[in-house]
Design a protein around this ligand. Structure first.
Ligand code: CAA
Length: 259
């Protein structure tokens, strides 16, 4: 498997993964999805990594969607298989990671690209970004979690309008809708993501993982989010990081969770 569809850069405790198919506006073909999975899985297992930043190469696109050329001739069973595989290997995987993933949206985030950003825990956008789920214009619907995560993030009315019109919104509208947390210039985008990462890195990695699991539980069928919170809250008490965090507070010093 070639590694050429993504660029991986490690800087301290931050791993930046850049999707690197600029000539195809970073469209997600199967190979790229597999490479992303491998990179994220190893980041999740690597104690040194505390935050992952996901972005796209080039000035035009974060990711312009799933690779349309790859699925244009698919039969229904192949479409279903692609969607289920993508959910499992990348989109649900990111959401359930123990460490936060920040999507730095540097241009078009369409279809699978917006779905990738929405599976991430935090989204920041450059002021030239444009976002949408244009799948119905291709005769299909969002297949990498878009119908569910857009609805969770912006509510049913706005989600249905975006999906049914296949329209795009700009970064300021996305900020108003709550689809992204911050908007900045293209030049400042990665610096902003890194600034958020630096704040996260001051805190307990174990507690951050627990918070991700508790928040996610609110959106999972058959799970009670309050029960999950109680379980995760209790589990934190048994950790050295809890001892360090509370001791540091008593001793009026900053907690040191990372070497
Ligand atoms: N899949 C495959 N190739 C893509 C692509 C995609 N999603 N998006 C862009 N490209 C390719 C184009 O085909 C073109 O390649 P060639 O030069 O080889 O022809 C190259 O990227 C540059 O794109 P354009 O020439 O179209 O650039 P533009 O500036 O004129 O338009 C755009 C930009 C509006 C983003 C346009 O490219 C576009 O509409 N792209 C498709 C967006 C889309 O429909 N995304 C949803 C995909 S379906 C999906 O994601 C399903 C799912 O949920 C799982």
């Amino acid at each position: 498997m070639s590694e050429s569809n993504i660029i991986i850069q490690e800087n301290g405790h931050v791993l930046t993964v850049t999707i690197n198919r600029p000539n195809q506006l970073n469209a997600l073909n199967r190979e790229t999805i597999l490479e992303l999975h491998e990179a994220l899985k190893s980041a999740n297992q690597d104690e040194n990594i505390g935050v992952v930043i996901l972005t796209g190469s080039g000035e035009k696109a974060f990711v312009a969607g799933a690779d349309i050329k790859e699925f244009a001739n698919f039969k229904p069973s192949e479409g279903q298989e692609l969607s289920a595989w993508g959910h499992e290997i990348l989109f649900n995987y990111i959401e359930a990671m123990d460490k936060p993933v920040i999507a730095a949206i540097n241009g078009f985030a369409l279809g699978g690209g917006l779905e990738l950003a929405m599976a991430s825990h935090i989204r920041v956008a450059s002021d030239n970004a444009r976002m949408g789920l244009p799948e119905v214009s291709l005769g299909v619907i969002p297949g990498y979690g878009g119908t569910q995560r857009l609805t969770q993030l912006v509510g049913k009315g706005k989600a249905f309008e975006m999906i049914a019109t296949a329209g795009m919104i700009n970064a300021d509208e996305a900020l108003q809708w709550g689809l992204v947390n911050h908007v900045t210039t293209p030049e400042e985008l990665i610096a902003l993501a890194e600034k958020i990462a630096a704040k996260i890195l001051k805190n307990s990695p174990n507690a951050i993982g627990a918070a991700i699991r508790a928040v996610n539980a609110n959106f999972k069928d058959g799970l009670n989010g309050y029960d999950k919170e109680i379980e995760e809250f209790g589990r934190c008490f048994g950790t050295p990081e809890f001892v360090e965090g509370t001791t540091a507070f008593m001793e009026k010093r900053k907690a040191e969770f990372r070497k």
